[in-house]
Design a protein around this ligand. Sequence first.
Ligand code: 5AD
Ligand code: SF4
Length: 500
Amino acid sequence: MTAENLETLLASIDLSQPAPQEEPLRQYYFLKKCRLHVQKEAEKLGRPLTACVTTFGCQMNARDSEKLSGILEQAGYVLSDSEEADFDIYNTCTVRDNADQRVYGRLGRLNGLKKKNPHMKVALCGCMMQEPGTIEKIRKSYRFVDLIFGTHNIFKFAELLNAVFEQDGMIVDIWQGTDRIVEDLPVERKYAFKSGINIMFGCNNFCSYCIVPYVRGRERSRDPKDILREIKQLAADGVVEVMLLGQNVNSYGKNLEQPVTFAELLSEVVKIEGIRRVRFMTSHPKDLSDDLIRVMASSDKICRHLHLPLQSGSTRILRAMNRRYTKEQYLALVDRIRNAIPDIALTTDIIVGFPGETPEDVDETIDVIRRVGFDNAFTFIYSKRTGTPAASMQNQVPEELVRTGFDRVLKTVQETARQQVKRLSGRTMEALVEEVNEHDASLVTGRLSNNTLVHFPGDPSLIGQIVPVKLEEYKGFYFLGRRAEETKQDAAAHRQSGEP
Ligand code: 5AD
Ligand code: SF4
């Protein structure tokens, strides 16, 4: 929805009437109420109200946070990176225990801030809130929290925000599941030139270590028409790169009334004018189709990067993980992909220390890493998640053994990634410039189609542009480079001055 359309819609809402039942209209009704409240508070305080959204976890959560930010901004808050704000919200993750611990640690600090600012409101949402036991713990030990909601009712944020303004005490609204997808709510994108797009929600795979299916619910796919409409709108807004998001994009569309495959969706997305790069995340190896490989090979708009979580290289452990592929099937899939798209970068996720894993199983994982030669891999120590089948397995691996295995895997990953990425040295490739370099303001940071980062001299005017960059110096996981045009000019300058 454009800003103009939003204002027209809000103007047409009559707050003297009861809230409408249908969505998303109901949320716009509450958004208008929130606006009046925020405006009044700001007038009373003589300054604008600020809000800070903190995201933990994956790309899905990052996109959800853009939706939270969209509501807060439309309600009249000024978004801020500082937690010393009038409204603080943590969008939490629970995939591993250390994500939970980080939230609790930071919550303690928020309590201190809230004591200093009596207007401050604190909200928690996301995956961790869906876990049994979390709410009880917060009720007991973090009583200053004003609002808690989960993953299934995030679309209701405007309504819940309004409830915080109208009621005292902690508001808790957690749904156990939903088959509902509410379209057309405001979104505030972090980047002007790139955007994530949810194509599906939830997961049906039940890998035995994973909490996601319990906290994100069953698979639901968005209607392809809604997805394509959203991407066309993004392109009209200047977005050049989109990332299609789902826990397992390969099962996209299976449960729609008129089933559509992910390969079919992707081939429609690449046709959208203005979109120059398409990425997607995440692909489960068990159902990555040959059609998808064909579509990827047929369009150079589709980025030369595939994130293909391996988790383990041992067929025995893969079976216990309920991954539904063997080591050999994974390797054969990689061959099919590489044969069709030779310049593709492959990245992966690996878990070390799954119940029953022996050093020989770790050897199998290392063997796959060497054979595939991943461009990058995220290596995780197995974390026991209550309620998952793996948590009640008897043969949990002793910590010391896990450490040793983890260190071996990490070392191999670093070696192969270095070799793999280094092979691009000296090539000129297109980079989408994302930001000014964090450490050196004379440099900008660009992302290659294959997801590798390159830092090169440039100014902020380049942000959002796709420019050719010569990859001059490999620095371990990233490159230092120079804009290709500059290199040509430099060469010309050298010729004029008679230098070789
Ligand atoms: N312990 C460790 N890592 C996990 N992941 C998911 N669940 C767990 C767990 N219980 C990892 C997987 C997944 C990534 C997003 O997180 O590797 O691909
Ligand atoms: Fe978790 Fe497996 Fe679903 Fe990924 S595919 S979210 S690892 S259950």
